[in-house]
Ligand binder design. Structure first.
Ligand SMILES: CC(C)(COP(=O)(O)OP(=O)(O)OC[C@H]1O[C@@H](n2cnc3c(N)ncnc32)[C@H](O)[C@@H]1OP(=O)(O)O)[C@@H](O)C(=O)NCCC(=O)NCCS
Length: 168
């Protein structure tokens, strides 16, 4: 079945990936270790991302990054600022849920954005306060680029501003 949020790669102009990468730069809640044009395109080609394409621009994007054997981390949820609050993010989460339904692996997400926490319910992401099990620490706090490693065990925002969610 044709999926509006999984257009064919040949229907996505190549400059879209550069533009998307640039557009993600100012976003504080997005992990910036995986936002090069090549990374964004690769995860899409591998079948683990959904996007909204309008007038040859990517205006919404959401990926489920394979971060370790058996684990995918949903992240890089983004909607162009002028289009936020109109349901594109919600649609991306719903499509991601369908994309991952048949995956036999643990799906999780870490976010400091309350909108993402809210939308996570659309794909059965449930808040989880154990940051080491079943998702190993190295994949949760260990990968955070906001705090230095020596600060992570006493992170002031864990379970308050920053939430770990696991898909049930
Ligand atoms: C997160 C993001 C992708 C959401 O996209 P969007 O198109 O604006 O989302 P939608 O319009 O579909 O839905 C917003 C929902 O959040 C709700 N919401 C708005 N403000 C909220 C808040 N402060 N707290 C909780 N929920 C909130 C809205 O009511 C709506 O829910 P509803 O559909 O149940 O009514 C977008 O805001 C974004 O790109 N943010 C910047 C990048 C970022 O921080 N990404 C998250 C990194 S993991």
């Amino acid at each position: 079945m044709y999926n509006k949020m999984r257009p064919k790669i040949e229907d996505i102009p190549d400059q879209c990936w550069n533009e998307l990468s640039q557009n993600l730069l100012p976003e504080k809640a997005i992990l910036h270790t995986r936002t090069t044009p090549d990374q964004l395109k690769r995860v899409y080609l591998d079948g683990y991302a959904v996007l909204e394409l309008r007038d040859e621009h990517i205006v919404g994007y959401f990926a489920a990054w394979p971060v370790a054997d058996g684990f995918h981390e949903v992240g890089t949820a983004w909607v162009r600022p002028d289009l936020r609050g109109h349901g594109i993010g919600r649609a991306l989460y719903v499509q991601m849920k369908h994309l991952l339904l048949t995956q036999d692996r643990i799906i999780f997400g870490v976010t400091t954005n309350p909108v993402s926490v809210h939308l996570g319910h659309m794909m059965n992401l449930v808040s989880h306060t154990n940051w080491s099990d079943p998702v190993p620490w190295d994949l949760t706090c260990g990968r955070c680029d906001k705090y230095a490693d020596h600060e992570k065990h006493t992170c002031p925002i864990r379970d308050t501003e920053c939430r770990l969610r696991v898909m049930k």
